[in-house]
Design a protein around this ligand. Structure first.
Ligand code: NAD
Ligand code: ISE
Length: 339
């Protein structure tokens, strides 16, 4: 069976996922595209022989759409996801699930009322081969009980539109999601400290930022977010346990010896760094939809959790580094919890 996907939002990542669904993943076709920029929707739709539809609501209602991909701007996500749930269609929503905790909970409540999982949130790190190997090592007990995680999330530069709160909401949110999954633990406090700012940033931006998180079991996570590091896109993660440590590998790259130096290139963006993860994420999502099964990737609850944890980090940033307790509801049994 070919899964017919409708795409809401034909911007940068929407176009990359359309390419992925049409050229990389088998068993999927993109049959409809919409964007508030109608000319862009028409152009992108024409490239893959899809229909360009006027609105997200039209696309979700279309009989030619089996499953929905939401890649529009974050503040519009909740509306489209809620419409897809109301139509009973599987929906993959790029991060964030919604920009407020209240909207995330509306999605959670709607999905629970529907009675089975329809929503997958586009946190892709858990599909990366390196993170998957780290999880296997930790779960097998090979490093003993995890105690500390050291992380860095560096981007070469960001545009002027990137603001200080986005360090948590847009950037650190990936570590927040993947570390909850990696440690199988919940984050309960957040603290954000701002060291000396780099001169190579737009003046309004606090960059770099040091973020500290504590989990329910007492693991301490330290994360450097540095989005104007200049040299490349660099993701580091090391988990220290009672009996050893496990470190995320750098992506494989050829070593070059020339002019008296030996080195490897550093990737420059998330698209290259996580290309394999995105491909696997969509292969597994399409396989689940084709089988009529529930999605296995990050859930609406994970989307809610990521939002309330980033809210705590933002409150810490705005209160000069106070330790902020995460205000999370108890996890419902529907999402593997006890409430
Ligand atoms: P973008 O601005 O390039 O594209 C967004 C598109 O959505 C634009 O074409 C815009 O016109 C359209 N749009 C906005 N509101 C709409 C609506 N209501 N209906 C239809 N179309 C609408 O942005 P982007 O970089 O592609 O990011 C899109 C989403 O993907 C964001 O939520 C972002 O956080 C997420 N993202 C995730 C990752 C990741 O690593 N997983 C990376 C980049 C972006
Ligand atoms: C961007 O939105 C992403 O999702 C990238 O993975 C991240 O590295 C970047 O900082 C964000 O702005």
């Amino acid at each position: 069976m070919t899964v017919r996907v409708g795409v809401i939002g034909a911007g940068m990542i929407g176009q990359d996922h359309i390419r992925r669904l049409t050229e990389v993943v088998t068993g999927a076709a993109v049959t409809a595209v919409t964007d508030i920029d109608a000319a862009r929707a028409a152009e992108v739709a024409a490239r893959v022989g899809a229909a360009a539809l006027p609105t997200g609501a039209d696309l979700i209602a279309s009989p030619d759409v089996d499953a929905v991909l939401v890649t529009s701007w974050g503040p519009t996500h909740a509306e489209h996801v809620l419409n897809a749930i109301a139509a009973g269609k599987p929906v993959f929503c790029e991060k964030p699930l919604a920009t407020t905790a209240e909207d995330c909970l509306r999605v959670v409540d709607a999905e629970r009322a529907h009675g089975r999982r329809l929503v997958q949130v586009g946190f892709m790190r858990g599909f990366d081969p390196g993170y998957r190997q780290m999880k296997e090592v930790i779960a097998a007990g090979a490093i003993g009980t995890p105690l500390i995680v050291h992380c860095a999330h560096r981007n070469p530069t960001v545009p002027e539109s990137y603001t200080s709160v986005m360090a948590a909401q847009d950037t650190a949110v990936h570590e927040i999601d993947v570390l909850r999954w990696l440690l199988d633990d919940e984050i309960v406090t957040a603290q954000v400290i701002t060291p000396r700012a780099t001169g190579k940033r737009f003046a309004h931006l606090k960059d770099p930022q040091l973020m500290y998180f504590e989990t329910a079991s007492g693991v301490r996570i330290g994360l450097e977010v540095f989005v104007n590091c200049q040299y490349g896109y660099d993701i580091q993660c090391e988990t220290v346990g009672e009996e050893g440590l496990v470190r995320l590998p750098d992506p494989a790259a050829v070593g070059v010896r020339s002019a008296g130096r030996h080195g490897t290139a550093v990737l420059q963006d998330w698209k290259g760094r996580f290309a394999d993860a995105f491909d696997t994420e969509f292969r597994e999502w399409i396989n689940a939809v084709a089988a009529g099964a529930e999605p296995t990737g990050p859930s609406a609850w994970d989307g809610y959790a990521a939002t309330v944890i980033t809210d705590a980090a933002v409150r810490s940033l705005e209160t000069d580094g106070q330790v902020v307790t995460v205000d999370m509801k108890p996890r419902p049994a529907f999402y593997g919890g006890t409430a």
